[in-house]
Design a protein around this ligand. Sequence first.
Ligand code: PLP
Length: 409
Amino acid sequence: QLDIHPTGRHFLQIPGPSPVPDRILRAMSLPTIDHRGPEFAGLGLKVLSGIQQIFKTKHPVVIYPASGTGAWEAALLNTLSPGDHVLMYETGHFASLWNKMATKLGIATEFLAWEGRDEHLPNAGSWRRGVQAELIEARLRKDTEKKIKAVCVVHNETSTGVTSDIAAVRQAIDAAGHPALLMVDSISGLASADFRHDEWGVDVTVSGSQKGLMLPPGISFNALSPRALEASKSAKLPRAFFDWAEIVEMNKTGYWPYTPSTNLLYGLSEALDMVLGEGLENVFARHQRWAAGVRAGVNAWGLPIQCADPAVYSPVLTGVITPEGVDADALRKLIHERFDLSLGTGLGKLKGRMFRMGHLGDSNDLTLVAMVAGVEMGLKLAGVKLAGSGVQATMDHFAGHPAPLPRKN
Ligand code: PLP
């Protein structure tokens, strides 16, 4: 038995956790400090104000030592009471999981979905499209007694590679003259796809560390609005650890009521310097450019993209539908074994029928060309007939659409 290991870097091309820049890993390796000591307040206040700029909000952002799922739960517990009616929208696996969680917590959810039939994946239902805001408006107009307390949608559906127009959802709620809160999961959208908490009238935005912020998993966020804070005063679902009130109060001085994830906060501080230093608009443009380059490759292969509406292609990941009879998970396994490249699996009802290519985190044109090359080699080894070379198309796209040159310090 030979002790052989892969050489070079593993290609972590799942749509989060994303590759973490060395700069962030180094920042996280500093010694842990006293979370009640004087030095800590500087770190706490810095990350709390920096993260507001990322969400584009002037209101409090709560940071939890939890994965995104914890922040989902926090959003529901702090704003709702047992038996409350909530409107959710089925964009994919993550919207479905949030809906399932709400049901477990004793919330009465209604799960809206696009009702059409899809040509490539007949069972895909609404898992290839973004939120249709008009369906939300129509449903809210019927709710004359204003029983619906919140509308919950996913901004960037990581299971499919489809984004949703959050401003349109806010307009739909307002057009219906409805007081429901708007809660948005931007776990995989934040710091990669355009997001504006205050301007879009979002009441709670849920996010996580391991996607656009390029941090390891482990911390997550609730960005609040004054209406959400008001609702939390009368919300009756039981909450303790996740209660916003005490955290928001202590955060005013840069501290937390419990032990925060100090070293992840070092990482967050570094990530904020990187993302805000580059400028959010540049970060969004960079992801759009990467996504267009990867899609050029997929289109050249002649394989359908999971997102059926080009207006809402995700800048974060691209879902690729495999031909009938080609098991996407067997393909992923082959690519992992042969080329040390991890791709996202098809989740829920998409299992085996698609795979996901992440284009976020510590990446660049050449790492993305390498990802496309790994997938192309895998597809050929799996016997898939390709219309053309995706690698060539991705290279042509990147060469033909130069990115702005980095500033020289
Ligand atoms: N929502 C979305 C859109 C996600 O992409 C994920 C994770 O990938 C989650 C929720 C769940 O977050 P976590 O796995 O960090 O608990």
